[in-house]
Design a protein around this ligand. Sequence first.
Ligand code: GLU
Length: 487
Amino acid sequence: MKDIRVRFAPSPTGPLHIGGARSALFNFLLARKYGGSVILRIEDTDLERSSRESEKDIMDSLRWLGLSWDEGPDIGGPYGPYRQMERLDIYKKYVEKLFEKGYAYHCYCTEEELEQQRQELLAKGEMPRYTGVCYGLSEEERRKREEEGRKPVVRFRVPQDRIIEINDLVRGKVSFESSGIGDFIIVKSDGVPTYNFAVVVDDHEMGITHVIRAEEHLSNTPRQVLLYEALGLTPPEFAHISLILGKDRSKMSKRHGATSINQYRREGYLPEAMVNFLALLGWSPEGEEEVFSVDQLIERFSMDRVAKSPAVFDLEKLRWLNGVYIRNSDLERIAGLALPYLQEAGYASENPGPEEWERIKNVVEAVREYLGALSEITEHVRIFFETQFDFEDEKAAAVLREEQVPAVMEALKSKLAGVDSLDKEGAKKLLKEVSKEVKLKGRKVFMPIRVALTGMTHGPELHDIIPLLGAEEVIRRVEASMAKVRE
Ligand code: GLU
């Protein structure tokens, strides 16, 4: 088999989105599985909407996800340049070939003329398309138009009455009738090629073997296949992966959650969770397992398990997966990633020293199991940093008015007196002793202590909270909370 060469071909007209990242991932997985190459090509021919800033965002997001490439505008490679606007000379040669073979012609129609042609076709009940008004213009007719100051575009002459069949790796056989396709523009009047043309030239020139892209490009594929044919070239394999829908089954948009990768990054999603989640948007593994490292994905990925039906974007599932990675990753790393959120909330200093860092790690450890995204950490750790708090509601305050509470608090304070350092095990032991002393168990003992220390009836484990607050602060909070309910 020929070595696999795939490409990510983003248009730098905005940040990298979920859909683009998923296409990039599937290309990456296929290439890495078979030892092929990944090419990053920037499709910047939309001059108005393209920017270097978007290009940078896309590359940063791909790097963050760990989706590496082997050739690209930043690292070069044997088939460069890798930005389309730097390849204009290459396209010119192909346009010439098409002219020579009679497949290309200049078109001078103005917007108004095109609109009029459209209306005429519609009136006849025909599909609006360019039917070739300027095809076969004589030299003289062309000169006349040029003298009028008209700037031509180049159109591709679409052969009529052809059935174009595509053997899509995801969708199977798909056929199109060429008669529905008008003669389309391949070079705009400013000399810049259009997407359908540039993509064919580049995929051929760069030796691309597999084109894996979003379903919305399926309708472009017959145009591209006709161009390959006209140029006497063999098209690559195509795989069109299905749309991504929101949970309400409408096309994924901002309403369903953030759409750009950098937004997820900012909210504290881990790249490996993102990759895992993106892989499941359209690909399904054998078996029930859903948590996969990128290496496992590379091992298991195959195009024949990529679904034809739309993928549904489920933010809750992403939060769940992210939570799995937050819980299972190295604490030092998770604390490091959580630090900016703590700093922003004023809970951590700019450069924590060793002692503060230890405490931060313990705080993160105590709450990480509750997090879907790291940015949520600030709500969960408030209890460790804010010494003044109110009871969350009347129900919480009522807990402290139960009759056993004074005895529980006395026992707790007396056990804590004189203790200067406590760890998790020490705290567990201490809580048991309190229980024993008041001859009560479970909720009756632990709930009042929880409310006295945090103002809430839920939250991290008491044996995590107590060491983090320290004996002195625990006693202070107990006294303050009890005073409040006595008021
Ligand atoms: N530049 C196109 C896009 O961003 C790429 C389409 C393709 O993969 O052929 O949608």
